[in-house]
Design a protein around this ligand. Sequence first.
Ligand code: ADP
Length: 365
Amino acid sequence: KTAQRFVENVSHDFRSPLTVIMEYAALISDEIAGPINSEQRNLLGIIDDRAADLNNMVDDMLDASKLESGMLGASRSRASIREIIDRTLASIERKAEVREVNLHVDFPEIVPPVFCDEEKVERVMINLASNAIKFTPHGGNVTLRVRRSGVDEVLVDVEDDGIGIPKAKLDEISERFSQVKSWNVGCGSKGFGLGLSIAQELVNINLGQMHVESEDGKGSTFGFTLPIDDPEVVTRKFLNRLRAVESAPFLSLFQVQVPAYAAPSDADEVRQFLTYFLRQNDLLLPHQADSMLMLVSASTMQMHTFLERLADERERLNRNRPRGPLPEFDVQCIHSQPLDADDEVIISAVRWNSLESEELTHATC
Ligand code: ADP
């Protein structure tokens, strides 16, 4: 906790002068203080680019510290990959311009919506694209490519024709990408810096998988997958990930019910509260119009502690909430099972909304 607070303070101390530097560079570049020539404009571009790199490093440091203390949550929901990438394009384009690298974007006409934490995907995009631009000489090409992969995933690739990666280092990076439990920044592996470690962890949190291909001297492709927005697909990927990382051997399924008369914004406020409350190894899914499902790694006994914590947090928040208490909602545990039991009960609940099914053990909590 102390180390995390230290990183947060240092990051904050860095962030404000960086913002000022970027704002002043923009003021000069916009000729607010008088006309400038093209060479001066190029130099300002370099200042802006390097300041953006530092900003990115601050983000990496903050993420690293939160990951290590287990405080990095996940706000996953239905999202458009096109919109996510569009939001990162301005800063990637600026970087490509300063480094004189040609940037291409290759999108198919139709891409299904994905289920992810948008902010985390943006961070991964910026990290991979920055690397691609950094390791591609002037006049080279970087392409951001999106494709559908199989029935249940969308694939995002960042391809460059830059310096490439020697075989030994490539093997090391591929090996790390194949491990689900990757968070070991301090291990001193040669191929991995902070940027790729964080990118991999953020992709894992998004229930995706990183990959790399490269040929020394010819270029590299770094990419990642994201699940399409389908509750069954997402749940299966979530359960697989949980089995790989979680030591807690139980899983509980909760239904969160918002009263039928509640406004849609109420349901959204409840969703935001639960997103903030849950950990990255829990899953919150939209369900019926007035309900959500929560998959939490907790046994029947831990479940009661979980519900107590939830109630305490709700009460604490309600006391300090300027807009008044959170909208009403009701949480019920509808099923509990060992993590290695068959997934089908959970999948059928998620798929068919069959919460009244006899298979499910009802227990009002
Ligand atoms: P760093 O912050 O040290 O760059 P990263 O984790 O982002 O750390 O990258 C680790 C290493 O992987 C880099 O130092 C570089 O050697 C290699 N690398 C990453 N992306 C590329 C790329 N697109 N082309 C060539 N090498 C790359």
